[in-house]
Write a protein that binds this ligand. Structure first.
Ligand code: ASP
Length: 352
């Protein structure tokens, strides 16, 4: 740029035109050069002990499938929002995760689903909570965002809206898996013996799913979907569908959380991570580590998150035994890991 303006300084008009072109190139939105990236989680809390070889294989395969589905959207030039919903739809359909089919059971033996999506570029968001018949809650959250004047809908109202807008409804039995049913039976027994909720082994198996993506235009999006926590009662809603708590995206940062929702809500965890990036100048990894491995456990909670910066940097902090997680960049090669001692290729790496 220096050489360019020096050579042309004899002709002031031409020189200033060149300078302004060079400047506008230098100041062009990162958008033009963004290298798409998608980061996903399938929930914190996974433990080797509770996972058969087959379960592990299936979970890895589903994570890879979700990454490929999201990547296909990004590679086709589609918005980050499409990558997020495509990846989450795959994970909701996979019975290994606590979202859509395979969701955990409430105290009353129901599957009660929460989900949210947020578009970082426009700050539009959609969320649903407490639905029992929506096959893919993330698609209903997106429909709330795109086809209503509201941000959040719950229960029967959300299902009526789904019906009116052609979002697929299923029988509640569609979500049931034997494994989750047994987890509820165990939780009920432990509760009957007077153990505190936090000591119930099954309550640790979170398994929510989430995705954050950056598209070729530099736009970010985030989404999360969950069945909540085993044995939840009284219409309990966790952090996942609460914008700013479990799900958040703006022009600079996108986050999806997983963990003990009550603590994420109190910490406004997802927004807090983005605020530290935006206002305190912290890196995405500093900010997410500080909230997930600092504030949350300090308050008594646990879990993890995925966080993505508009420059393509990302982080996947967690403080449980494991977290189903993965990412995929421009080359379309999925990277997946489950356990704490398992290295994920280039965690926190710059994707461009
Ligand atoms: N955060 C979710 C909730 O509290 C649980 C999870 O992440 O699995 O509902």
């Amino acid at each position: 740029m220096k050489n360019l303006s020096r050579r042309r300084c004899s002709n002031r008009v031409w020189g200033s035109a060149a300078l302004s072109i060079a400047l506008s190139l230098a100041l062009a939105p990162a958008a033009l050069a963004a290298q798409p990236v998608l980061v996903i989680h399938g929930g914190a809390g996974v433990e080797r002990a509770g996972l058969s070889e087959q379960d592990e294989k299936d979970a890895r395969a589903a994570l890879e499938q979700a990454l490929r589905a999201g990547h296909a959207q990004l590679a086709a030039g589609k918005p980050a929002l499409d990558a997020v919903t495509a990846a989450i739809t795959v994970l909701e359909d996979a019975p290994q995760f606590n979202a859509g089919r395979g969701a955990v059971f409430t105290h009353d033996g129901k599957n009660e689903l929460d989900s949210a999506v947020m578009d970082g570029a426009s700050l539009r968001a959609g969320a649903i909570a407490g639905v029992h018949r929506v096959k893919n809650p993330i698609l209903l959250a997106r429909t709330v965002m795109e086809k209503s004047r509201h941000v959040m809908m719950t229960g029967d109202g959300a299902e009526a809206f789904a019906k009116e807008n052609g979002v697929t409804l299923v029988e509640p039995s569609y979500f049931r898996t034997e494994k989750r049913w047994q987890q509820l039976q165990k939780a009920l027994k432990e509760e009957a013996f007077g153990q505190a909720h936090e000591d119930i082994e099954t309550a640790k198996h979170f398994g929510t799913v989430g995705a954050v993506a950056l598209d070729a235009q530099g736009r970010l999006a985030a989404g999360t979907s969950t069945g909540g926590m085993t044995n939840k009662r009284y219409g309990r809603v966790g952090d996942a569908p609460i914008i700013g708590a479990g799900t958040y995206a703006n022009a600079r940062c996108a986050v999806s959380g997983t963990g003990w929702g009550e603590y994420y809500i109190r910490a406004v965890a997802a927004h807090e991570i983005c605020a530290r990036v935006q206002y305190a100048g912290q890196s995405i990894s500093q900010a997410s580590e500080g909230v997930i491995n600092g504030d949350i456990p300090k308050a008594g909670g646990d879990g993890g998150a995925i966080a993505l910066d508009s420059d393509g940097s990302f982080a996947l902090p967690f403080n449980t035994e494991g977290m189903y997680r993965g990412w995929i960049g421009g080359d379309g090669v999925p990277h997946v890991a489950l356990f704490k001692d398992e290295k994920l290729a280039e965690p926190g790496a710059k994707a461009r």
